[in-house]
Write a protein that binds this ligand. Structure first.
Ligand code: ZN
Length: 367
């Protein structure tokens, strides 16, 4: 069967590769699930792996099959699988356990080991292929009524985790009833985070560069949040208008903006960083001022990456509720389909060149 792979360590090595179809008995104990892949989403991670910035092949292999955002249909299950059945729509989590205590209790996303295992990213093959086999533990069912949002399940799990972590951490406050949230960035994670926060009842301001109207502003408006173009409105003006936010989630991928946000967070607030910045940028920050404000304001900075099964399930519930509250808005994120694994070059081109692409995904097979 066909797969899209890279040769880790070699820039721009993305290619089509013939690999063997996996079988259920690759998972012990009758707990395997064979999934026929329908669609796979790609993002900056796949681009950076193709740039050889990171990513490693599984031991013994010279190639890494990429793609970590899966959507497919169950084709066969091992005899002890109870969670899903043949014909169910499913997605799969990304990180696999290492040996730390956090891995052993199902929270692989919080591993305390430096080396981690992620399908399509590090030391495990990904989903940009025709079939994959996985242990039922890592397979998450997608409701029939959400199949039109297919590859959004994985990015949504990251948004769900980021917000959930903020609430968990804020239990230090005994009472925390945030009113105002800023989301920095209106890419897929920023938009999905906007939804999660709206569903928690917050007043949400989503900040992005472009001037409205544009697709991002249309989606933000559709979610009944407020779109702010940073070209038109400065931080100071926005804070004057809304009061200092209780929660800021950065999803820009710009470390400069992630630090800038520190100057505007409200008292007892939490700033969550979700952007992965692989570069080497430096910028000047008013350290005395921030240090003082953060100590006197009991403020918290939180990094959030990846997601475990629980966050996938939370995210899927939020997508379902989101579709009921704001019908047909979320599907607008799915901007750029590519037909067939053999069109991997077009997929990579869209990731590199099309700055307006909110979501590039590959239609691997029809149902
Ligand atoms: Zn992703």
């Amino acid at each position: 069967m066909k797969a899209v792979a890279v040769t880790p360590g070699t820039p721009n090595s993305v290619h089509l590769k013939e690999i063997e179809k996996p079988t259920l008995d690759q998972v012990a104990g009758g707990l395997g699930v064979l999934v026929r892949v329908l669609k796979v989403g790609v993002d900056a991670t796949d681009r950076e792996i193709n740039d050889a910035l990171y990513g490693n092949a599984p031991e013994g292999d010279g190639h890494l099959v990429i793609g970590h955002e899966s959507f497919g249909v169950v084709e066969a299950v091992g005899e002890h699988v109870k969670r899903v059945k043949v014909g169910d729509y499913v997605t799969a989590t990304v990180r696999r356990p290492g040996g730390s205590i956090y891995d052993l209790i199902g929270t692989n996303d919080m591993t305390s080991e430096e080396e981690y295992y992620e399908r399509g990213i590090n030391l495990r093959h990904g989903y940009l292929t025709e079939y994959f086999v996985e242990e039922a533990e890592y397979i998450v069912r997608v409701p029939m009524g959400l199949k039109h949002l297919h590859v959004l399940m994985e990015p949504m799990s990251c948004a769900a985790k980021a917000v959930h972590q903020a609430y968990e951490a804020q239990q230090r406050m005994k009472v925390w009833r945030p009113q105002v949230a800023y989301v920095l960035g209106a890419g897929q994670i920023g938009l999905l985070t906007t939804l999660v926060l709206k569903l928690r009842g917050l007043e949400v301001y989503t900040l992005a560069r472009g001037e409205a109207p544009n697709l991002k502003s249309e989606i933000v408006k559709g979610l009944e949040a407020t779109y702010i173009s940073t070209r038109e409105t400065s931080w100071d003006d926005l804070v004057k208008q809304t009061g200092k936010p209780d929660l800021i989630v950065d999803a820009t991928g710009s470390s400069r903006l992630a630090f800038e946000a520190m100057e505007h967070l409200g008292l007892n607030g939490v700033l969550v960083w979700t952007g992965i910045t692989g570069g080497d940028n430096k910028s000047e920050v008013p350290t005395d001022k921030i240090n003082l404000q953060w100590v006197l304001g009991n403020k918290l900075l939180l990094g959030s990456v990846n997601a475990n099964r629980h966050h996938f399930e939370m995210g899927i519930k939020d997508l379902a509720l989101g579709e009921m509250m704001y019908p047909e808005v979320l599907g607008k994120i799915l901007t750029n389909p590519v037909d067939g694994l053999e069109n991997y070059a077009e997929m990579m081109r869209l990731l590199v060149e099309d700055k307006d692409a909110l979501k590039v995904f590959v239609n691997v097979a029809d149902e």
